[in-house]
Design a binder for this molecule. Structure first.
Ligand code: ZN
Length: 114
């Protein structure tokens, strides 16, 4: 389950930011997870929960904001929501070359600290 590694990295980042801000407590951690990031939000949340005790984020609320995928076709510039997979077919012209604009995010969105 690679979510554990991701959760650890996200928590480390949160702790570092909190420390830099001089916080003694983290109350809420909000993560932004793209639907194409390959991360299962429930698994990530569960992994985070198991890592919080013992840190200043113990008991913090966790929130995961899903980011819907958005791609733009390189042939006709049509923007659409791709479904899961490695190849996205443009629903407008059928081209297989698209740029993913959104959906691969995996980042710390917000922290509530004191
Ligand atoms: Zn197209």
């Amino acid at each position: 389950m690679h979510e554990v590694g991701i959760a650890q990295a996200a928590l480390d980042q949160a702790l570092e930011q909190a420390q830099r801000a001089g916080a003694v407590r983290i109350h809420r951690i909000v993560l932004r997870v793209g639907t194409l990031s390959g991360v299962e939000p429930t698994a990530l949340e569960f992994a985070m929960q198991t890592l919080l005790p013992g840190s200043i984020a113990d008991g913090a609320g966790l929130e995961i904001e899903p980011v819907p995928a958005l791609a733009r076709c390189r042939s006709c510039s049509h923007e659409y929501s791709p479904s899961d997979g490695l190849l996205f077919e443009c629903p407008h012209c059928g081209a297989l070359a698209s740029t993913v604009l959104r959906g691969r995010e995996l980042e710390l969105a917000r922290l509530e600290i004191s």
